[in-house]
Design a protein around this ligand. Sequence first.
Ligand code: AGP
Length: 613
Amino acid sequence: MCGIVGYTGKNEAYPIIIKGLKRLEYRGYDSAGIALMKNGINLLKCKGKVADLEHFIGEKDHSGSAGIGHTRWATHGEPNDVNAHPHRSMSGELVLIHNGIIENYDSIKKELQNRGYVFMSETDTEVLVNLIEEIKKNEVCSLSEAVRIALSEVIGAYAIVVMSDQEPGTLVVAKKSSPLVIGIGSEGDYYLASDATPIVEYTKNVVYLEDGEIAELIPGKDLKLFDIKKKAITPYIHALEMQLEQLEKGGYDHFMLKEIFEQPRSVHDSMRGRLNASAGIVHLGGMAEYEQKLLNANRIIIVACGTSWHAGLVGEYLIEDLARIPVEVEYASEFRYRNPILTEKDVVIAISQSGETADTLAALELAKSKGSTILGICNVVGSTISRTTDGGSYTHAGPEIGVASTKAFTSQVTVLSLLALSLGQKRGTIERSKFQRLLFGLNEIPSKIERALKTDDLVKVIAERFKDSSNFLYLGRGYCFPVALEGALKLKEISYIHAEGYPAAEMKHGPIALIDADMPVVVIATKGPSYEKVVSNIQEVKARKGVLIAIVSEGDTQVKEMADFTIEIPETDEIFSPLVASIPLQLLSYHIAVMRGCNVDQPRNLAKSVTVE
Ligand code: AGP
């Protein structure tokens, strides 16, 4: 979590950094701060969002052509002005911003306290900046050398940027386990950030810093890159493909709403060049090299967190159903610590929108150490997971800025559908005519999502009726069970209403006790093999006077008679139902959250990219 931004060059740093911080605010918004170099270092920081920082700075001097900025998701120490980054060293010479956790900060802190250092904040970051100061003083060395020596004493995860008033204009950056991108400007200037979104409008030439690398950025000079042992590294310059318009709201009130409405296009983009229904071709280029491993795998293990885990669960159903390969879906945070059995015959697939989730990355690294093949399904191009894996496929959903994942989910499910179809075809586990029917079915999904989005007005009416409820239950069976989980997650994360997703039949084993006339129950009852079973579950809800909101296939009459509200969506083959049924649930959570006055794009306590475990 936490977003970091920096600039050094001929231009004023402040507008570049503030704009960059706004782009990275999805990574945390407990506090924000900025340090600017002019005649000495000007440090400005406060609790709250970037807008609060701008307000706090107001007419205060904010000039300087080098600077660093930070937006924080608190780990050590409560969100307040003192704990906000940047942190200054005790003498005032250095300032530092940090994304990550220094695990051995306590022992380093005690050591520094013995040498007379006094700490103002509760953060691990202030310990690191003082460690660098102490080394710089003792070794009488450059800033970059002091950073290098300090990092050899540090255990943990970090992306850091340091400035010294003794080396005006120089930024020293380093990375281990937290992301950092350097942009190379055309005027000898440098940009840096936790991801490429603050950089894209200035330059398309970027270097993704690798773990253990340190860089010295001096305007007008070549980028100097080296490792912790001082070995020089030649930077590899990537060309960014991201477009600036993708980062704007485009007339919508919130990024989340824009991203919900983008899904016909984002799902289409996930299939583009991979599916040719009339020719009977499905092909995932990034996985092709590992196709034999997948086809012959003992097991496929999917690791992920949150919404990506829900997509993974749909993936399990798809791959087992169509390709008959055993699949396990694991919470990355549990998997990495439970001593799982892994062999070279296992293929581990990580699913992650950001490609930076710390637990998912650690689960992959564990699998790699056991000799398993590791693949990724990521959205952010160039992200750490996409660079760590042996191979994989991007979802091509475009930047997702709203903290609540929407289009990333449907794109992940689309890629998993393509994977399952491709494996099933190669293994001969799908009948030819069914295969062809499914390809055409998948091809039609973007237009069916388009139609499902037309339920928006009706969903708004339903949201108005239930916006003050305290609890919701979401039920689904088969492919729609993960949709129930995802619908409940969406509601709780942005509207702060307690919601639970459950397999419809499991309701009788506990949650049925909760049902009364005040409890809205959302049931996904689309046409498919489980339809009649879901109808029975609906009767059980109605018998307990539960208030029923049903998602049904267009033209349904049976459920309509029983439900208090029905939302009709286009019928699909059962295996693609999550792609369409999730749409009204996203809209329902969105409208309820707006009606309750919640901050939809930046819900409390959350961050888009969870880079701490
Ligand atoms: C989704 O709405 C959540 N914000 C969250 O559960 C998210 O899906 C999870 O943190 C995983 O993130 P990733 O896909 O970037 O790895």
